[in-house]
Design a protein around this ligand. Sequence first.
Ligand code: AMP
Length: 400
Amino acid sequence: MKKLSDHNFENKKALIRVDFNVPLNADFEVTDDTRIQAAKPTIIKILEDGGSCVLMSHLGRPKGIEDAFSLRHIVEKVTEILGVKVNFVADCIGQNAEEAVANLQSGEVLLLENLRFYNEEKSGDVAFAEKLSKLGDIYVNDAFGTAHRAHASTAVIAQFFGEHKCFGNLLAKEIESIDKVLHDSQKPVTAILGGAKVSSKIGIVENIIEKVDHIIIGGGMTFTFIKALGGTIGSSLVEDDKLDMALDILAKAKEHQTTIHLPVDAVIADAFANEANTQVVATDKIPDGWMGLDVGPETSKKFAAVINDSKTILWNGPLGVFEMENFAKGTIALGDAIVEATKQGSFSLVGGGDSVAAVKQFGFADQVSYVSTGGGAMLESLEGKTLPGIQAILSQYKTA
Ligand code: AMP
């Protein structure tokens, strides 16, 4: 793998694609700096080598140049986190940007203006990528969150750097973690798939079904399986057009000797609300007018036992409507079991949208082996797709 440590950055200008797409409040203050913190090790390593850093990122979805999406709003925060003064230039290409880069000394950091002020960024425009490429000697991609996009700064640009390109530490860690689960795993391997719908997880199931020993199913998609198996699910979430797909998954799992674990009991509610009346029933005997919003205590016990026996654990998607306190218990119990297994030496990777939100909300984030920073990129990796941002570093990424 082309790592940061393969390059000597002394007196070199590193052009780093970071993911500083951070949430801002109405006063343009950063409300969650995880992504900036995540890029810090790469930046510091280059500065310590005696190089300088030119940081490029997108922020939000601006339509042309919009001050609300200017990266100048985050300069103070980045300075605070890096502990190094961060210079800012109000463009990401052109004369001003080139001059700012020319004036940059070893040990200094420059942040370019939002890449998405130019439509050419998202369209993967080659001429735009070439202009960006003039702003550094070595290209470093450390933005896993956008690695599944073939944008100018994430993939197309790499062709202008020949051998002078590599992954940042964050992106390298993401790749290693996925590898540890899918290709280089210690058995038994357990994947936990929760969340709302089967349809959004089918790509993952198809890719992992031969690679893992256990698949734990939870969340709203449980009920498509239960209904397909002939159970009664009341008004629980269901995808009626995916019943056959659910049966196919069960059959395929059997064929590959992968055990699928479905919830045996559910916390059901008479409305989709935290204050709704609740009871615990068997997952396949949900009365009319009631819906399953969390796994029940018996299920939590069974799932914890599977996790306890696993050496490699992948968690994608909550087991219930964890945003509501009364339906968060199953997700919390699962998190506890994963933390416990991690303490015993298992490798645990949490990735993809809402499970990341859940581990953060419930305080598990630093007690699992790795929490992925990329939602869509993580999902596509788990689906077995080659991400353009990764391919571009490993080989030449050619635009069609
Ligand atoms: P996903 O983005 O597919 O991972 O889905 C995450 C969402 O699924 C969260 O917002 C959860 O509230 C929701 N969810 C989990 N379990 C259920 C359930 N039993 N019924 C409805 N929604 C659920």
